[in-house]
Design a protein around this ligand. Sequence first.
Ligand code: SAM
Ligand code: SF4
Length: 466
Amino acid sequence: MITHEQADFICEQEIESILAKCRRPEPSQVRELLVKAREMHGLSMEEVARLSFVESPELLAEIFSTAKQIKEEIYGTRLVLFAPLYISNRCANECTYCAFRATNADLKRRTLTQEEIAEETRILIRQGHKRVLMVSGEALPPEGFQYILDSIATVYETKIGPGEIRRVNVNLAPQTTERFRQLKAANIGTFQLFQETYHRPTYAAVHLKGTKRDYDWRTTAFDRAMTAGIDDVGIGVLFGLYDWRFEIIAMMQHIQHLEQKFGVGPHTISFPRMEPAVGSEIASKPPHAVSDADFLKMIAIMRLAVPYTGMIMSTREGAEVRRATLEVGISQISAGSRTDPGGYKDGEGDPNGSQFQLGDHRSVEEVVSDVVSLGYLPSFCTACYRLGRTGQDFMDMAKPGEIKYHCHPNALSTFQEYLSDYASPQAKTAGEKLISIELQHMDGQQTATALPMLNQVRRGERDVFV
Ligand code: SAM
Ligand code: SF4
């Protein structure tokens, strides 16, 4: 057993007492909170708890419209797109909700070779992707951790003409500080890890075997990642395992801990809701299922609570819920996803090799066309990470609203790349119309940056960013 730090920054007693205290918010209190949220300095744990108990339709509408306003202020119409890349579904752990769990005999096991990873990458590049989230179960092949490092290198090295993946984020098991240093040296973007649940008794009940049983090892993973120099970390909870209100207050404790210790909170928050999975009973009947209404409320509240943090929605959700979440705070979405290793090559995705059931089966182009029709600007930008604007540097630039002079032009240039290289004629026409509308809405400084960049891309230059 490895000796390591305890996650005493997660304090169940404090969470319970905050929730008990904030159960009946007065409308006047809620409205005061919303005025404060509009200043975009975030909210405290008590304030988050109070908002989580709001039920009145009028007040909820005010929460949603405030979240929308804040999102538009910070992100404008931009929406970042990515795809997951599953490299192995072999796992030594026994998480009761996951199809990859060790004893699940119904699952077809597969660990991709480097050539198979290159093939999956080529398919993602041809779909127009520039960033992937590499995902793996927790049983390594004989070459050990080197397999992960090699896989990251394979993705970066795979090119098709000007097409390439420019940012590899990872969702992997918690690592030692030394291995985090190796991941940093391999050039990962974000290290993403979901806590699943912050509630210790529930955590113990759903993790039956393997290193994942160790709550503290998982909860302190970001401390080790940040100590190793990984500035961008992505947090999340698997919603459905325990009370969502408890989980979001615990998430706030985790965020506060990272801010106090490292001067910067997480780069992103993900909102996975539990989906049915082959060979898992609990996944079809989550003990604390979160309704669509609560799901939207929770996302809106987190947008108010940590206004500058990227918020991610995966294809676990169906198209309709995904659209609704964009309105209230989500700033990044996956598209065209498969959750079985080799699933992009195999076409439809094999339900018996997949981690969970997808809610959104649309192709990248269908998702792009849909979000364009709703007025969002798809962005394939990876500039910040490549210019070293991560962690504190990113937050320093994001907070005064400066980011719009970088992100918006970069979103336009990378969307133009997508339209020129990968889109169908109809998608191209709709996309270029959106670009001209966006240009009309920009201020002089933004246009002076964006227009020359767009012209460079239209003339055939690639990877143009500021
Ligand atoms: N094995 C690593 C781990 O557990 O952290 C990383 C990969 S794991 C495949 C990624 C995430 O998938 C897990 O953290 C969990 O939150 C999520 N997941 C597992 N089963 C799920 C299900 N039935 N529905 C939705 N998400 C699920
Ligand atoms: Fe393995 Fe991760 Fe699935 Fe747990 S959630 S069974 S650790 S892949």
